[in-house]
Design a protein around this ligand. Sequence first.
Ligand code: AVI
Length: 328
Amino acid sequence: LAPMIELSRTEDGSNKNGAFAKDVADGLSQKQKHLPSRYFYDGKGSQLFQQIMDLPEYYLTRAEFEVLTDNQEAMVQHFAHEGFFHMIDLGAGDALKTKILIRQLTKQQSSFDYVPVDISGDAMKQLTKSLQEEMPEVGVQAVVGEYFKALQWLQQNKSERKVVLFLGSNIGNFEMKESVEFLCSMRSYLGAGDKLLMGVDLRKDPDTILNAYDDAAGITAEFNLNLLHRINRELGGEFDVDQFQHYAMYNPLEGVMRSFLISLKEQDVYIRDTGRTFHFDAWEAIHTENSHKYFIEQVKELGQQCGFKIETVFYDSRRGFADVLFTT
Ligand code: AVI
């Protein structure tokens, strides 16, 4: 399987080589405007996402926490039966969930090191420090960058045994086609018997899903609108952010939660680093995020397309979230 993912993005999604400016200009010039959701996660956005994870409506994090807590012994047995391995954690953040597994691995004296990958350098510094304090016996090699950085790391360490964690339903933020490309790319760097533990949010009551992305306290709205603030801060944008509104919509046929920013009036917005002005009609939308919700059968097919087989599926007690253990 050939690597298919494009490896040319900036490491942290910032404006280093103008990629951010270019993506914004491209997205806002389309007939249906859009902005890539990976730009949500600047310092402020990451902080808001931490708040989202504590919201009463945002069930995903708690559900996955339960899955990992209740199944930690079984999971670790699947990972650790053949000697040393690298545990690579894509989008590790504060690794609150992964620490459940790390503790269990240490308890069982498994031979492994931990490779957290995250776009936030600060998060990786803090995580390395907290692990050194809490579990000094665990070797940690943090990688700062987007997911493609993790793929590069996998490529460089191709011959060693690996367990990849891709938790939190982060896969759900890709377009369907991108998720296949990403998983196939990952698969091409894994060897026989390597594992992938992937968190996926499952189909459920549409209202439960919708509320999770349109919370009463308005934190998700702030998270979405922060993208415009970020364009103002980093690209010299002139968005009047109060003139845009968060709008979230769930399509139960496709199983996709979509988020938008809606222009409340007809307006022109200049963005210095793009050298251009963008026109918005009253009530025109910018599509900012997809979050896919899956049937287990779809997850199975997704894996199969890239040569992954399901070893076990671990569910939460409500069967609303699953961590799927794939092997090659
Ligand atoms: C990071 N990702 C899995 C979150 C999700 O649920 O799609 C991002 C998010 N967007 C709004 N709320 C949370």
